[in-house]
Design a protein around this ligand. Structure first.
Ligand SMILES: Cc1cc2nc3c(=O)[nH]c(=O)nc-3n(C[C@H](O)[C@H](O)[C@H](O)COP(=O)(O)OP(=O)(O)OC[C@H]3O[C@@H](n4cnc5c(N)ncnc54)[C@H](O)[C@@H]3O)c2cc1C
Length: 390
């Protein structure tokens, strides 16, 4: 039976970033990453839009993104293995959050908080939005916030960067499915895999993404986390913008990301999105639910082609849509990295560092205790701006 200090259950970006930060701080620590699908076909990380934004309304969410920006600036050098430097292709095209009258106060409150933390953000009136992006109908918005530091990157490259570096520093990468989490006297003692093998550990991190609820249930813990299917559509539009278009979120929650020239991805969290592990792509949902809305904001989109798309799972925190981080109070050594909903990818850097600090018993550089599981037990939700996508 192999013995480790820390076992990561699931090998997505949260697991690999945490393993990296553990080994960076303590090169002697024994870490295993256990992943059931090393091709990552269904893992949310590789199916995500890969966006990072500092535009949040909770201070700690902003600070997590600021640390993400710091990490990205040195990512290629810090994650280099021999001569191989990962290229995450970070395109800082900015994010534009457009709002209607109902959302103005929350948007401006967020803007002030972000400015107080030295973020580059500005308010744009409908006319200013229209001057920069003339294809948007200004009568459909009350203004918006633009964050020039925000941007989109290749999430697989970030995952592989952390994974390869963690392995180079000594992490063991085990292909297998965790089917049980074992305890003695309410202390984690190890995990059991589908092939029957057992691995001992002091800490087990629930980094199973949309499968996180299933892992918690092995310990009879109910987490308010559900796998919810999201669609992303790939569009060829008639737009021929002269300037780069930011990731734009319209007041309804519909968003577009310019991939190149006239090609955009587009999506929205819909109330009909099913809970479960179904990945079937339904092209007609764009026509049924999104096209008319898109035309309302961008009339030229009356003519477009749906070239393709994909689906992935949000690990939706149904309690307050924010991360659930830290040790579960009644099981010593059971660490949670769950419930990231639609904004976990960008938080992997700060989450990895924070969980590593907690497990190594050092003072966290960034206090993220606001996201501890105790808030759920004590029924104290922490909410973001309700008018923004989560
Ligand atoms: C369409 C879409 C768009 C998104 N866009 C963004 C965005 O722009 N910005 C952003 O910040 N976030 C975004 N997200 C959210 C983001 O992708 C997730 O929050 C983040 O990737 C979660 O990382 P993870 O490591 O927790 O989960 P995952 O990447 O899903 O990794 C979990 C891993 O655990 C493995 N696993 C599960 N159960 C077991 C088991 N029993 N044994 C072993 N292995 C197991 C799985 O195979 C999986 O690889 C988006 C998500 C989707 C679906």
């Amino acid at each position: 039976m192999a013995a480790y200090d820390v076992i990561m259950i699931g090998g997505g970006v949260m697991a690999c970033a945490t393993a990296y930060h553990l080994l960076k701080k303590d090169p002697k620590i024994k870490v295993a990453i256990i992943e059931k699908d090393p091709t990552y076909t269904q893992s949310s990380t590789v199916l995500s839009d890969g966006n990072l934004r500092i535009q949040f309304n909770i201070k700690e969410n902003i600070q997590m993104s600021q640390y993400g920006l710091e990490m990205l600036a040195r990512f290629a050098d810090e994650m280099a293995v021999s001569d191989n430097k990962p290229n995450v292709d970070f395109r800082q095209q900015g994010n534009l959050f457009l709002t209607n009258d109902a959302g103005v106060d929350a948007a401006k409150a967020g803007l002030e908080l972000q400015k107080s933390l030295n973020c580059q953000v500005e308010w744009l009136s409908p006319d200013e939005v229209c001057q920069r992006y003339p294809f948007i109908d200004p009568t459909t918005i009350a203004g918006g916030t633009f964050g020039a530091q925000d941007g989109t990157m290749d999430p697989q490259a970030v995952l592989m960067g952390y994974k390869n570096k963690a392995i180079a520093l000594g992490a063991e990468y085990i292909v297998g499915e965790v089917v049980d989490v074992e305890t003695q006297a309410q202390q984690i003692t190890g995990v059991r895999l589908l092939d029957g093998s057992k691995h001992q550990c002091r800490f087990a991190v629930n980094s199973a993404g949309a499968w996180g609820q299933a892992i918690a249930r092995k310990l009879r813990i109910e987490l308010p986390v559900e796998p919810v299917k999201r669609h992303v559509f790939y569009l060829e539009t008639p737009l021929n913008p002269e300037t780069t278009v930011p990731l734009t979120v319209f007041p309804s929650g519909l968003y577009i990301i310019q991939e190149s020239g006239k090609h955009f991805t587009c999506g929205k969290s819909l109330s009909i999105d099913p809970i479960g592990f179904d990945f079937t792509f339904h092209r007609h949902l764009f026509v049924d639910y999104l096209w008319e809305e898109l035309m309302q904001y961008i009339p030229a989109c009356e003519h477009l082609k749906v070239i393709g798309g994909w689906t992935g799972l949000y690990d939706v925190n149904t309690f307050d849509h924010n991360a659930i981080l830290g040790e579960y109070p009644s099981v010593k050594g059971f660490m949670l990295a769950n419930g990231f909903s639609g904004h976990g990818f960008q938080q992997c850097h700060a989450v990895g560092r924070y969980l590593a600090e907690l497990m190594l018993g050092v003072e966290p550089i960034l206090d993220l205790s606001i996201f501890s599981p105790e808030r759920i037990i004590n029924n104290k939700p922490v909410y973001e701006n309700p008018h923004k996508i989560v």
